[in-house]
Design a protein. Sequence first.
Length: 457
Amino acid sequence: MSRVASAQSVSRAAALFDLSRPLAREVHLIESGIGLHAWVVDGSRLYDLDRENFRRLATSVADGSAETALAAMHLAQPTAVIDDTPPIRPPVRALSLAVAQKCNLGCSYCYAREGSFGGKPQNMSIQTARTAVDLLLSQATPGERINLSFLGGEPLVNRPVLRDATSYAASEAARLSVQVGFSITSNGTLIDETDGEFFEKYGFAVTISLDGPGAVHDHLRPYKGGRGSFDRVLRNIRPILARQRRMQVSARVTVTPENLGLRDTLDYFVDLGFHSVGFSPLLSAPNGRHEMQRDDLAELLDAMVACGEEFERRTVAGERYPFANLMYALQEIHKGTHRPYPCGAGAGYFGVSADGDLSACHRFVGDAAGAMGRLADGIDRTLQADWLAERHVHRQEPCRSCWARYLCGGGCHHEVIHRGRPACDYIRGWLHYCFGAYARLSWAQPDLFGADRGRAS
């Protein structure tokens, strides 16, 4: 990116940073270009406003009386949707198995420290994998849906255990009338045609880690000897991209200061036939390498908005443009998602290490900060209760006063514990853009999301 383009990017991002500042904890105001809107935080509802009520709310935000104004306009909930109480002994609904704590790539930023999580490289045994499946199924009731994920390291290093655990989970789930979904995150270097057949048979959600086309990817995700991996990955995944029917194959891009050309990457991967393409900024790395800084996040926000604008254009034209970040955000806005945590980590979701340790999620394998017991003994309910109490968004600062708290949930636990919250401005700026996109798309295609989320006169 040229210096001029970079300066323009930072300028646009700076405007979004300013527009999305947390001025009131109860409400956030948006001008979308086709109307005026208010995001009411408690209950996560987006309202269209006329100019008089928009000015009324803006004045209340400025003088600190937003809560009173919302009540007078009948936009406030009679009781808080989310209180300070953490969930108690939530049932397990998803597990991630680190079937292989080893990897053939040498990605310098890897949270798993090149696959081994800082310990001795090891594979999970069939017995450990089946015990994990038993735990997952033991808390499911007929008709419920659970999910079993495979990560690493590179999970296909231990292909026999991955396949055994999948077939075992599928047969046991069928016997118990439980629905089970499967997913895998892979670097793509070991995938072969038989894997494609297997993933299609069981309807896997397959995520391939790719950091950009060609040399961009090779620089960030080489083999341990330094050789590039992109050509091998591409040869391996083309057949499964063509095969996908039940399975869905997506690309996940870890964004660093060195691969901020998001639009080119998105278009390249969409043209390859991926079901969706998503971007995730690198905020915390074990060695600090490639972590995003404030200026990088400003460039990222500009690049994300550019991708979003293309999504808007193509959607209005009736075309599919699978930009995962925006698709997910629009769904969350439409549903009115409100949550006190960023994800199910330590609640309904756990990671399982190769030797049977339980952790709050796949990123905490081998990390005492997220320890949750052992498979042999079950979930440590004391550790879990402490985790859920301490990680609740109402216990986090500066989250408690932020209008984005119930969409963000306070940020990835692993990143926050190990680096803090360097991306709050970026997250709010992105959400501010997404509110506008939701309003514009709802106006251009009234049936796109179904019924209107809210109206206020």
